[in-house]
Design a protein around this ligand. Structure first.
Ligand code: XMP
Length: 484
C-alpha cells in the first residue's frame, strides 16, 4: 500500500465523551465517602475538580468567587483591558480573607460625601482613616456618616480611638477581641501605627459559611486568570493578584507561542498552565522545552460553541487529547496536572476525563447557565436562558482583546447562542459532585488517583450511544436541547 493509504489505515481513533463509558467495578466505598480533592496546577490544590472557562460569558469576578467558595476555580477571561482583568482579580482576592491586605482607606481631610461614595462603590461598610504617611488615625463606618452633612470632614465624624492588633494575631484571638468590644472591624498595624491590614467580622463569618472554599495562605480565595503568551505586561500585572496564570490560546503547540511563554515564565511567580494542546507531541515539546510550567490545558475543538473541527477539519477531541497528554506526562515522569477542556456536559464526562488522566474538568457551557455568569437572564416562551458565546464568535471578536487566541484572521471559529438557566453555582456544583461520586462509586474508586488506576473503559457503538440516552419516550422539558 502507498503511504497515503497507510496514513488513513493507521489513523488513531479520536474518541470523544460520547464514545466511551466507565465499566462498573467492585466498589468498597459508598459515594459519600469518596474523596474528590485534586490539583489544578503544580502547587495548587482544589477541593473539587471543576474549573470555569476563561470566556466573557462565563468567568468574571462573581463566577470566580462563587466557584472558589465551592472548592473549584474560576479562570478570569481576557477579552477586556488589562485594568479590567486586574480589577476582576482584585475583587476575587478582596471577597474574603482573614487579614485584608488591599485595604480601601480614606484621609481625614476628605469629606463625608466622599466616604459614602467610596463605601457604596466598593460595597463595604467602613473605612480605616490614614494620614499621608499611611498611619492609622481613625475609622469611619456607615453608621458614622448616616444622616450626616456630606460636606463635613471625615475627621469630624470618625472614631479616633481605634482598637488595633499587630501582625501576629490568630483567628481565635481576633474573634475574641471583635466579640469583646462588639466591633465589626479590627485594623492591623505595625509598631509605628502604620496600617498593614484589616480583619472584619464579615470575612470571619464567611469562612464558616463556605467550609469547602479554596484559599491562599492569607485566607483569600484562589483565583486564576487567562493571558496571551504575547502580553507580558498583562501577565506581570495579574501576577500580583492571581495564583495561576493560564496561557489562553487555541493552539499552543506553535513555535512563537512557546518562545513567548519561555520569556513570560521568567517574569512571573504564579503557576503557569499552558494550552490548549491536543497531542502527545505537543506535551512532549512543552515538557522538554519549557522550564517551569505548572500544568496543561487540553482539548482542541470539542467546545459546545466551537466550529474549528467542523470548519477547518483540525482539532483533538478533549478525551482523546487528555489521554495523549497524560501518557506524555507519565512517560516523562513530569508532575503536571491536566485540565480537560471542552465538550464536558455531565458528571460522567468529568469522571471519564479524570479516568483518562485529567486532574480537573473545565466547563464553559455548564457554568454559562449559572446566575453568577455575566449577563442577564433571557426569557423565551416562559423558559429562562443565558447568553453564551465562543471566544472566536463574531461578537466576541469585535471586542478584540482576546482575538490573538486564534491564528485565523477573519474566520469565526465559534458560535453564539443561549443555554438553559441552571440556577446558582452552588447547586450546579452540588449536582456535579454528587454525580461524579456516583460514577466513581460504579468504577470502584475511592479517590481520583484510584479512578485513574482502576477505571476500565468500554467503547460504545453508535447504536449504543443512542441507547445510553433516554429513548422511546417524549421528553418535552428537554426540547430543543437534547444532545444529538
Ligand atoms: P464547553 O463545551 O464547555 O467548552 O462550552 C468550553 C471551551 O471551548 C473553548 N472555546 C472555543 N473553542 N472556538 C473554539 O474553537 C471558540 O470560539 C471558543 N470559545 C471557547 C475553550 O477552550 C473553552 O474552555
Amino acid at each position: 500500500m502507498g503511504k497515503f493509504v497507510d496514513k488513513v489505515r493507521g489513523a488513531p481513533v479520536a474518541l470523544t465523551f460520547r464514545d466511551l463509558i466507565l465499566l462498573p467495578g467492585l466498589s468498597e466505598v459508598e459515594p459519600g465517602e469518596i474523596d474528590v480533592r485534586t490539583r489544578v496546577s503544580t502547587s495548587h490544590e482544589l477541593n473539587i475538580p471543576l474549573v470555569s472557562s476563561p470566556m466573557d460569558t462565563v468567568t468574571e469576578a462573581e463566577m470566580a468567587i462563587a466557584l472558589a467558595r465551592q472548592g473549584g476555580l474560576g479562570v478570569l477571561h481576557r477579552n477586556c483591558t488589562i485594568e479590567e482583568e486586574v480589577e476582576m482579580a482584585r475583587r476575587v482576592k478582596r471577597a474574603e480573607s482573614f487579614i485584608i491586605r488591599d485595604v480601601i482607606t480614606i484621609r481625614p481631610d476628605q469629606t463625608v460625601g466622599e466616604a459614602i461614595e467610596i463605601m457604596q462603590h466598593h460595597d463595604i461598610s467602613g473605612l480605616p482613616v490614614v494620614d499621608e504617611g499611611g498611619r492609622l488615625v481613625g475609622i469611619v463606618t456607615a453608621r458614622d456618616v448616616r444622616f450626616t452633612d456630606p460636606r463635613l470632614r471625615v475627621s469630624d465624624v470618625m472614631t479616633a480611638e481605634v482598637i488595633t492588633v499587630g501582625e501576629g494575631i490568630t483567628l481565635e484571638e481576633a474573634k475574641r477581641i471583635l466579640q469583646k468590644h462588639r466591633i465589626e472591624k479590627l485594623p492591623v498595624v505595625d509598631e509605628k501605627g502604620g496600617l498593614k491590614g484589616l480583619i472584619t467580622v464579615k470575612d470571619i463569618m464567611l469562612r464558616g459559611r463556605f467550609p469547602n472554599a479554596v484559599r491562599d495562605e492569607e485566607g483569600r480565595l484562589l483565583c486564576a486568570a487567562a493571558v496571551s503568551p504575547f502580553d507580558l505586561k498583562r501577565a506581570v500585572k495579574l501576577d500580583k493578584w492571581v495564583d495561576v496564570l493560564v496561557i489562553d490560546v487555541a493552539h499552543f503547540h506553535n513555535r512563537n507561542c512557546m518562545e513567548a511563554t519561555k520569556k513570560l515564565l521568567k517574569h512571573v511567580g504564579a503557576d503557569v498552565v499552558v494550552g490548549n494542546i491536543g497531542t502527545y507531541k505537543a506535551a512532549e515539546d512543552a515538557i522538554t522545552q519549557l522550564d517551569g510550567i505548572a500544568g496543561f490545558r487540553v482539548g482542541i475543538g470539542s467546545g459546545s460553541i466551537c466550529i474549528t473541527m467542523e470548519l477547518l477539519k483540525a482539532g483533538s477531541p478533549t478525551l482523546f487529547a487528555t489521554a495523549q497528554v497524560a501518557d506524555a506526562v507519565s512517560d516523562y515522569g513530569a508532575d503536571l496536572p491536566i485540565i480537560a477542556d471542552g465538550g464536558i456536559r455531565s458528571p460522567g464526562d468529568v469522571a471519564l476525563a479524570l479516568a483518562l488522566g485529567a486532574s480537573c474538568a473545565m466547563m464553559g457551557n455548564v457554568f454559562a447557565g449559572c446566575r453568577e455568569a455575566p449577563g442577564e437572564l433571557v426569557t423565551i416562551g416562559g423558559r429562562y436562558f443565558k447568553r453564551y458565546r465562543g471566544m472566536a464568535s463574531p461578537s466576541a471578536r469585535e471586542r478584540r482583546h482576546a482575538i490573538d487566541r486564534y491564528h485565523s484572521k477573519g474566520i469565526a471559529e465559534g458560535v453564539e447562542g443561549l443555554v438553559p438557566y441552571r440556577g446558582d453555582v452552588a447547586s450546579v456544583v452540588a449536582e456535579f459532585v454528587a454525580g461524579l461520586r456516583a460514577a466513581m462509586g460504579y468504577a470502584g474508586a475511592r479517590n481520583i488517583t484510584e479512578l485513574r488506576e482502576k477505571a476500565r473503559i468500554a467503547m460504545l457503538t453508535e447504536a449504543g450511544a443512542r441507547e445510553a440516552a433516554p429513548h422511546s419516550i417524549y421528553l418535552p422539558s428537554q426540547e430543543p436541547f437534547r444532545s444529538p
